[in-house]
Ligand binder design. Structure first.
Ligand code: MN
Length: 253
């Protein structure tokens, strides 16, 4: 059994080190992660320049690219063996609701969707910026979930998006299946000036949870539960197909 580990915070991040330690002994582990923090990279591939791969130590590699580059390379050409699943994280910060569209952590997991087992993205909700995230809590949860997947596999097309509340292991109230909630609109971009007086912008922080009640990923972590959301790649709005078919019917090419 071979597990590929990646992330979007970069190969030096504490979260990916804790993840690797946590999964030790469950399978053969290989780390392929970006050379720097690529949070917010979404599902982007680097196509305009070549990417380089460096070996940090046996079984740990960095790529001068995005999280998707890392997993894509790792499962299509970098190695002379196949992986069975991808585990991505542990992200420094939550990936709830709309976050999954921007998240490099989730994108890395999605990129492993053609492998034999479901892939897992795992994120540790943060305390205030002054404090350290409790990666050991997410590490404990990652081991539980991966061990269960190895014992009792789920449909391999499933991507599990796991968010762990900012609590110690003993304070966790449970592990529950959730749906994605969604956020209010992001806060406005922040305008500043460069040293020559030209305007620059900082993308503003994401909005608070809007659909964040019972049954959602937001609701679960707020109540102290580990949230596990099953994701799929098909973005089709299936319920809209009849209406759209009728609406298009009057249009002549
Ligand atoms: Mn990140």
């Amino acid at each position: 059994m071979k597990i590929l580990i990646s992330n979007d915070d970069g190969y030096r991040a504490r979260g990916i080190r804790v993840l690797r330690e946590s999964l030790q002994g469950l399978a053969e582990l290989t780390v392929v992660a970006p050379d720097r923090n690529k949070s917010g990279a979404g599902h982007s591939l680097t196509l305009d320049v070549p990417v380089r791969v460096g070996k940090v130590e046996p079984g740990v590699f960095f790529v001068t690219g995005t999280p998707t580059d890392c997993v894509h390379l790792a499962i299509s050409g970098l190695f002379d063996f196949d992986h069975d699943m991808v585990v991505s994280g542990i992200n420094d910060g939550e990936n709830l609701g709309d976050d999954v569209l921007y998240s490099g952590t989730v994108a890395a997991a999605i990129e492993g969707r053609f492998l034999g087992l479901p892939t897992v993205a795992i994120s540790q909700c943060r305390p205030p910026l002054s404090a350290e995230p409790r990666f050991e809590t997410a590490g404990h949860v990652a081991r539980l979930i991966v061990a269960k997947l190895l014992r009792e596999p789920l449909d391999r097309a499933m991507i599990l998006n796991v968010n762990v509340p900012d609590r110690s292991i003993s304070e966790l109230r449970g592990i529950v299946a959730t749906r994605l909630g969604y956020r209010h609109r992001s806060e406005a971009a922040i305008k500043a000036a460069d040293p020559r007086g030209r305007p620059v912008y900082w993308i503003g922080p994401s909005g608070a949870g809007a659909d964040a009640g019972p049954g959602t990923d937001f609701g679960a972590v707020a109540d102290g539960f580990v949230s596990v959301t099953p994701l799929q790649v098909d973005l089709t709005r299936h319920t809209a197909l009849p209406e759209l078919t009728g609406w298009l019917g009057a249009l002549e090419p």
